[in-house]
Ligand binder design. Structure first.
Ligand code: SF4
Ligand code: SF4
Length: 339
């Protein structure tokens, strides 16, 4: 079911479906970027169509809505443990095709990885998605190489903004009536998607164990400053650590929090006795890259990286993850390793 709406009509739809749901979308935050004159696009609660950033790619992914950077899991006293309360309303998140494919990765990691994570599951069960179509490719995207350029379902409706009008392909019967009531016209609508990116990567089918000793990683020991920014913008990075916060001096009353962590940051692999599994930034880069294009695939049958390009956009050292994938491929094929 396809509908064409004005911006005001779309706002009225958001008001109607927002009566019983929380709606989140990418929002352009003016002057809140890396420098005071730089904007940043990140997720926030929205009530009006004009708040939704339809043109720019979001700098940060939706994942903080499913896996908060700091999440209280439960409270404890000497006598009992109580799970933290949560907002029980349904949530709708606007995202692009690559990010919808990232949800599949998060679900695999948290729900299909031997055990179900109950704290992820209870949030995930509330969440549904709205697809933002891509009318063109963006800088650093390589979704076509990763096969994530087109969403094959899994969303309530899609939206494209073309010449000031919003075009919706509504998959949900209940919501279709809400859109129909505000529509200027009804016509066949299909979410736009890209078929080519400027950036292309080739992922080797098999990666020999010798890649762990390859000198290509040494460059990143020198260049990477282990800030972890690449992890925090990535829609598929899921590492976290645990923190117990005590309210009393005796340490018996408090809360347990799950807090986002980064495999690139110093200390992430510290173990008892002063050991550290990955000491150099090159070793950390090797772990991150091979996890996303080799190890995850061994377990789940597809790659973890969705080619959103955010890690390339955010790196202060201009390190390109896409370039590294191609270097791994070159090394595997025995070709030149440079770039
Ligand atoms: S953003 Fe760049 S410099 Fe920072 S940890 Fe990632 S690769 Fe290293
Ligand atoms: S590794 Fe980089 S390109 Fe791949 S999903 Fe994460 S942020 Fe996007």
């Amino acid at each position: 079911m396809g509908y064409v709406l004005s911006q005001d009509g779309f706002t009225r739809v958001l008001g109607k479906i927002g009566e019983s749901r929380r709606i989140y979308a990418p929002v352009n935050k003016v002057g809140e970027g890396r420098y005071t004159d730089v904007d940043v696009v990140r997720y926030d609660f929205v009530t009006e169509a004009s708040q939704i950033e339809m043109e720019k790619k979001s700098d940060y992914a939706f994942k903080e809505l499913l896996t908060p950077l700091s999440q209280t899991l439960f409270f404890f006293t000497e006598e009992e443990v109580k799970e933290a309360d949560m907002d029980e309303r349904e949530v709708i998140i606007f995202l692009r095709s690559c990010d919808l494919h990232a949800v599949k990765r998060l679900d695999a990691i948290y729900l299909e990885n031997k055990f179900e994570d109950p704290f992820y599951k209870r949030i995930r069960e509330k969440v549904k998605f709205a697809l933002i179509g891509c009318g063109h490719s963006y800088e650093d995207c390589f979704c076509v190489s990763m096969g994530t350029n087109r969403a094959d379902g899994g969303y309530l409706f899609s939206v494209d903004l073309i010449d000031g009008k919003y075009y919706f392909d509504v998959k949900d019967d209940e919501l279709a009536a809400v859109f129909a009531a505000e529509a200027e016209s009804e016509e066949n609508v299909e979410a736009r998607y890209v078929t080519e990116n400027e950036v292309k990567v080739t992922i080797p089918a098999e990666v020999p164990i010798s890649i762990y000793k390859d000198p290509l990683w040494d460059e990143y020991t020198a260049r990477c400053i282990n800030c972890g920014r690449c992890n925090f913008v990535c829609p598929t990075c899921t590492c976290y650590t645990m923190q117990d916060v005590f309210y009393t001096d005796n340490g018996r009353v408090g809360e347990r929090r799950r807090v986002g962590a980064s495999c690139m940051v110093d200390g992430y692999t510290n173990v008892a006795g002063g050991g550290q599994y990955r000491r150099t930034n090159g070793e950390r880069m090797r772990f991150k890259v091979l996890h996303k294009i080799v190890d995850f695939r061994k377990r789940f049958g597809y790659d973890m990286c969705v080619g959103c390009g955010r890690c390339d956009m955010v790196c202060p050292e201009y390190i390109s993850y896409a370039n590294i994938i191609n270097k791994v491929n070159d090394a595997v094929e025995g070709g030149a390793v440079n770039g």
